[in-house]
Design a protein around this ligand. Structure first.
Ligand code: ATP
Length: 335
């Protein structure tokens, strides 16, 4: 046993600006599989690189090399997943990793399957937009999501079947969901077996182009490509609702570690959850390094997601209970 808890992850925006700084702040050892594509950016931070172990892989799409590099690290290590981590490694490949993953594999498999993703929210008693299994059933504006879409790229809104057929040409449609009109709010949570609670750590919203542009020119189709994130403090009456939502979700799923419920808040105001992410999301980086209103009040110190992850791993390591953080929930089926 080494004297420090150790984490490993791959290069990404979340790992560079959030997971790794948090781990270093908490005194953890860090391994990062860094792709050539990302090296130009990572090499801008020589002071950070001196403090971590870098394992180079040429191509981010070379899943076999990623698995080999991660499996080549010896000792007791926790793998910390993030958005691109689960995009580049399939569930099969995640299962081939010899080191345990924070939060387990099952929740990541659910996250990646749109029907199961939405089903888990519904099963937790959370209000979700209606799903349409056939275009012929569309009876209201819908959000049409594509296969392999990243951050809303290529999504479109259709108001009926004819509109859908016209706009879907050349696109691989994966999911048709009721379009909810309102403000998007991404709620960040941490489910902690060590503290025995689900923590509401903060909120962000995405800036999406062109729906968040200054002005939409006449005849311009809306587009939801994510270009950044901004912090939000939500309306007072919504805070307990979001808190309840996270707690209910943890109770139903047995989820451990960081997660995000992605919502739209309507004029009523009513909250609809259109998706969850069972790991750290990019939007939590808006709070590095100073933390925010919610997280800091809970912890009486600056707290952000990367640091929160590291704190949990450190405490679990010190009490010899890392398996509490990496075990798959018995509430979830094998996928
Ligand atoms: P990521 O994997 O990065 O989360 P994604 O490709 O899964 O992205 P979503 O998060 O599902 O995409 O959606 C992208 C954006 O589209 C959201 O941020 C939101 O603005 C909008 N959106 C998604 N679903 C709905 C919906 N049902 N009603 C209204 N807007 C929606």
């Amino acid at each position: 046993m080494t004297s420090k808890a150790v984490i490993a992850t791959t290069s990404s925006h979340s790992s560079l600006y959030n997971i790794v700084p948090g781990a270093l702040e908490e005194g953890l050892d860090v391994y990062v599989v860094c792709f050539d594509r990302d090296w130009e950016l990572w090499s801008q931070y020589p002071d950070l690189l001196k403090k971590i172990n870098i394992l180079r892989v040429n191509d981010y799409s070379d899943a076999q090399s990623i698995v080999r590099k991660l499996n080549g690290i010896s000792g007791e290590i926790v793998i910390v997943p993030h958005g691109s981590f689960v995009r580049y490694l399939s569930v099969e490949q995640l299962k081939r990793l010899k080191h345990p993953i924070l939060g387990g594999v099952k929740i990541l498999a659910y996250e990646g399957d749109r029907d199961k993703n939405s089903g888990l929210l519904t099963a937790s008693g959370i209000t979700t937009p209606k799903i349409f299994d056939k275009a012929s059933k569309i009876d209201r504006p819908v959000m049409v999501k594509l296969h392999g879409a990243e951050g809303g790229k290529g999504y479109f809104i259709a108001s009926n079947k004819e509109d859908f057929n016209k706009k879907k040409k050349g696109k691989k449609v994966n999911f048709i969901q009721e379009y909810v009109s309102g403000v998007s709010i991404y709620a960040h949570y941490f489910s902690s077996p060590i503290e025995g609670r689900c923590e509401l750590l903060g909120f962000d919203r995405r800036l999406e182009s062109n729906v968040n542009s200054q002005y939409l020119a006449p005849n311009e189709e809306p587009s939801f490509t994510v270009v950044g994130n901004v912090p939000i403090a939500v309306r007072e009456s919504l805070v307990p609702e979001y808190h309840r939502m996270g707690t209910d979700f943890v109770e139903q799923t047995g989820l451990v570690g960081p997660f995000c419920i992605e919502t739209i808040c309507t004029t009523e105001p009513k909250i609809y959850a259109f998706e969850f992410s069972g790991r750290i999301v990019a939007g939590t980086t808006v709070w590095v390094p100073n933390g925010n209103t919610y997280a800091n009040l809970l912890w009486n110190e600056p707290m952000y997601m990367g640091k929160r992850i590291a704190r949990e791993i450190k405490k679990a390591y010190e009490s010899d209970s890392l398996e509490l953080l990496t075990v798959d929930s018995p509430n979830l089926e094998e996928i």
